[in-house]
Design a protein around this ligand. Structure first.
Ligand code: FE
Ligand code: FE
Ligand code: FE
Length: 222
């Protein structure tokens, strides 16, 4: 089979998750086809107002706010990080995040809507949590990096959940071009999550623990 793992797993997910509402209807194929035929989207014309379309655009506004907030939060996190490895990973993801913001603007355009941000309470909370972790850990410590990685992975997981659903909503609404753009971002978020795991498991967590042992030794010597 020439299909890649990513593709086949994306298909599996599609079949059992976000577009379940249409798939589950008694005549899945024909109801799906009728959704796809509806004459809107991707040609710049005004969208219809189905509830799923509203949920889709509201969720786009939410993640648009979140990504823009991250373009401001990531440089601060990067400055506070200890290792060059983590700093570089954050910097790379900042570049991707800026790209993701403009990808969302393209998706709004495909919907025939003006790009608009609506405050995402969850992302605001996750960013605040990251800031507290920085405050509560020592400057220049490996524990600081372990904490930043944890906070960053919480952010990535929120994004993965959001983009996963948005891709499926777009497909269900017959917006293949939008789905493709959202899928590109989804893959970047997954790769970033994976990279953060590698950094944590590769050295940071171990060094953070050694740091604690050294501190204990110093206390005993005194
Ligand atoms: Fe993002
Ligand atoms: Fe949100
Ligand atoms: Fe991200």
């Amino acid at each position: 089979m020439p299909t890649t793992n990513t593709r086949s797993s994306a298909r599996t997910r599609r079949n059992r998750s976000a577009d379940g509402s249409t798939a589950k209807s008694s005549n899945g194929t024909s109801s799906k086809a009728s959704v796809k035929k509806s004459p809107k989207s991707e040609n710049g014309s005004e969208q219809g107002n189905s509830q799923l379309e509203k949920l889709f655009t509201d969720s786009l506004k939410d993640i648009y706010w979140a990504e823009k907030a991250l373009t401001k939060a990531l440089p601060k996190m990067q400055k506070k990080a200890t290792t060059d490895e983590l700093k570089a990973a954050i910097e790379e993801h900042l570049t991707q995040t800026e790209e993701q913001v403009s990808r969302l603007e393209q998706v709004f355009e495909l919907c025939g809507k003006k790009a608009q941000a609506k405050k995402c309470d969850a992302m605001e909370g996750l960013i605040k949590e990251g800031e507290s972790i920085v405050e509560e850990t020592e400057d220049g410590s490996m524990t600081r990096d372990a904490g930043i990685i944890m906070a960053a992975q919480k952010v990535e997981h929120y994004e993965i959940a959001t983009y996963g659903s948005l891709v499926q909503f777009a497909k269900t609404l017959g917006m293949e071009d939008a789905a493709e753009l959202l899928e590109q971002t989804l893959e970047e978020e997954k790769e970033t999550d994976q990279k953060l795991t590698e950094i944590a498991e590769g050295s940071v967590n171990q060094s953070a623990q050694q740091e604690d042992e050294e501190e204990e030794d110093d206390k005993e010597k005194k």
